[in-house]
Write a protein that binds this ligand. Sequence first.
Ligand SMILES: Cc1ncc(COP(=O)(O)O)c(C=O)c1O
Length: 380
Amino acid sequence: MAELFNVYPLYDIEPVRAQGSYLWDTNGTRYLDLYGGHAVISVGHTHPRYVQALTDQLHKISFYSNSVRIPQQQELADKLGSLSEHPDYALFLCNSGAEANENALKLASFHNGRTQVIAFRKGFHGRTAGAVAATDNPSIVAPVNYNKHVTFLPYNDAEAAREAITTETSAVIVEGIQGVGGIHVASDDFLQTLRKRCDETGTVLILDGVQCGYGRSGKFFSHQFSGIQADIISMAKGMGNGFPIGGILISPKFKASFGLLGTTFGGNHLACTAAIAVLDIMKEEGLIENAVRMGDYFMNGIRQIGGYKELRGRGLMIGIEYDFPVESLRKNLLFEHKQFTGVAGKTIIRLLPSLAIGTDEADIFLEALEKCLKTEQTAA
Ligand SMILES: Cc1ncc(COP(=O)(O)O)c(C=O)c1O
């Protein structure tokens, strides 16, 4: 029997059913999902409208290549342009966050003919060649991916960026809120400086919204808080609520030509149907507003409990940094209190729940967190 290539450390839990913000395992045990499988579950597990849309589409046609008309692509572009307030941007569809960033970096380089890229410390952009080279984690960069064209600067250091971005720079790639790096929010001054310096030098500004985008921060894209426009915005994760889809929104300054970008699977009928259902649900249920409301609710509750070193984030992208390793705290939350949370580094709990989460679920988490922190203190 062939074995699975063993790259993922696993919890001994097998979810077999999910609904809203909950999962059930093979024993029927219910788990509260505060992590959405890495920020993917945006409108809630198995939302009836999402399930219906995909089921209907599956019965009609699930795939044909990008050599024929697929009207769902245009419907998705229209709805995305409208809800994200980028009606004049063009949409290119692909299948994942890494692929979105790959296409963004490539398009920037096609556009200005340059090779140098500026990225930021603790940034994460994916695991494919170009994206991983712009990711600040040498342990996942293979020698074949190592790219001497990428320079890493400190995040939120406007002065360093002002100096480093020159007429040689093809692209600056930055997360509006660093996710994997530990929920660090970009300052307005930092993003505005990047925008200004990119304009002055003809550099393409790429905002990686794969994790912080799609409504999670309380705006459609988190950099919209800073009042800047990106040249290219990458997306994935919450876009399909679990169905693999990614994409880039491209400013009108870029000219398309046949063959410039391409993909076999990107923009297929099922992926577009999933993404359209997500946008419809987000709009009808006011989920971006809910992300603001519930983000405040979580933050206030966490503040009241205290015991942390720093609390960071925006909307439903929350990082709680402690001055001790959080492994046992997370295990306690998972195995005793049946709650999935995420981690960043060794000391930061990362919360990335569905944008539809409610106060009942938040209260369940806050109560468990308080108990777990007491257990940690007793053990210390
Ligand atoms: C900010 C950011 N960009 C890109 C990626 C890569 O996305 P994917 O795993 O879909 O390739 C991730 C994944 O965690 C991410 O957080």
